[in-house]
Write a protein that binds this ligand. Structure first.
Ligand SMILES: Cc1ncc(COP(=O)(O)O)c(C=O)c1O
Length: 392
């Protein structure tokens, strides 16, 4: 790739370009002084911006403004939900130490769950998932029937960040409600990509994050019913219903609200365009490469296309693609220099070696046909080279 050529950025599920309108708001607000908790004019001005943004974000997700708790990341919102609900159940003295979730959650859910298991004796009851990574509601019915009395809360992602599978969260929420179990959903990948309505979904709490929808990094929210009691992670000034202390990031919150409104207004047109770019990518790749499979099934997010290329290491594919100006991702984490297969693919029943041969392309509103075509034009050669390296 020549230096003048722009790389094809096909990693929008990791983070997506900030929208110009959101960037403008961020700039403007960052240049204005004021702590939203101060009582003087500058503080009251910042508070007004925060409360208006809260209303705009609530409207975009089908929630009430009082239900929006601002955090600094989706990871933080997930930790607040998971630990906050678990600790609350322990404080209530009901000895409910069970938690129901799934093995395909993001690490920002799975790691706090495993931490609670190690440190606080939580018992994890994980659902079964099918070959596409979709949570099986029947296995949740079984878990709740057997362990419901000891389950403190449930958490299930709205859509999977690796393979893109949409999850039957409304159905899972019905099951949890029958057992009076509070339920949270991690909707970080779904917000702004597919229709999402907090009240209609029937959950008690939901995570969304700014940088996945064209907002800035470092701002997110836990949407939580007022009736849901949460033990705080952070103690301090008592902001955000006393569950999330810390000076509010007014500029990022205002920019997040702008991005939320735009992504909602353009939801249908964006998703239609993104879906057709995805179809173009899938057709191009499957026509160019042999022994390739598309993961995630038929009901996925519009912008995620996750492939397994038998006999090629995902890391090799990623680096070779990067060298050709195509940026994508593997779902696997690298621990001590050894590539680990993705826990999502393992839960879907893939053998570790095959799971390691996978990469994710993710398309966003700013993706162009030229970027898709660049990926298609280099993939054949890249896979040949990665397979040759793998065969050594
Ligand atoms: C499903 C899911 N949950 C949570 C997160 C974490 O969000 P953040 O990057 O805002 O911490 C991500 C980020 O990739 C995600 O995909």
């Amino acid at each position: 790739m020549s230096v003048s050529e722009k790389a094809a950025y096909l990693d929008n599920a990791a983070t997506t370009a900030i929208l110009p309108e959101a960037l403008e708001v961020l700039y403007q607000e960052a240049a204005t002084v004021g702590n939203a908790s101060s009582l003087h004019g500058a503080g009251r001005r910042a508070r007004k911006i925060v409360e208006e943004s809260r209303e705009r974000i609530a409207a975009a997700v089908g929630a009430k403004p009082q239900e929006v708790i601002f955090t600094a990341s989706g990871t933080e919102a997930n930790n607040l939900a998971v630990k906050g609900m678990f600790w609350q159940a322990q404080n209530d003295g009901e000895a409910k130490t069970g938690i129901s979730s799934s093995p395909v959650e993001h690490h920002a859910i799975l790691d706090p769950l495993e931490w609670l298991e190690r440190e606080s004796g939580a018992q994890l009851h994980l659902a079964q998932v099918d070959v596409n990574g979709v949570i099986n509601p029947e296995s949740i019915t079984e878990i709740m029937s057997e362990h419901g009395a000891t389950i403190s809360f449930a958490t299930f992602m709205h859509s999977n960040n690796e393979v893109g599978a949409l999850q039957p969260v409304a159905e899972l929420a019905d099951i949890a409600r029958e057992h009076q179990i509070p339920i949270h959903t991690d909707a970080v990948q779904s917000f702004g990509k597919v229709p999402l309505h907090f009240a209609d979904l029937g959950v008690d709490a939901m995570t969304i994050s700014g940088h996945k929808i064209g907002g800035p990094l470092g701002v997110a929210a836990l949407i939580a019913k007022k009736t849901l009691e949460l033990t705080p992670l952070l103690h301090g000034g008592g902001q955000e219903r006393e569950v999330r202390s810390g000076t509010l990031h007014t500029p990022a919150i205002a920019a997040f609200a702008t991005a939320a409104e735009i992504s909602q207004a353009k939801l249908n047109s964006n998703s239609e365009r993104i879906r057709s770019l995805r179809a173009r990518l899938i057709a191009g790749i499957t026509q160019t490469v042999s022994d390739v499979r598309l993961n995630g099934g038929a009901n996925t997010l519009p912008g995620i296309a996750h492939f397994t290329f038998d006999g090629a290491e995902g890391d090799a594919l990623l680096l070779l693609l990067d060298a050709q100006g195509v940026q994508c991702s593997t779902g696997s984490a690298c621990s001590a220099g050894i590539a680990q297969p993705s826990h999502v693919l393992i839960a879907m029943g893939m053998a570790p070696k095959i799971a390691r041969s996978s990469i994710r392309f993710s398309i966003g509103p700013s993706t162009t046909e030229a970027e898709i075509d660049r990926a298609i034009s280099v993939i054949g050669e890249v896979v040949v080279r990665a397979r040759a390296a793998g065969a050594k």
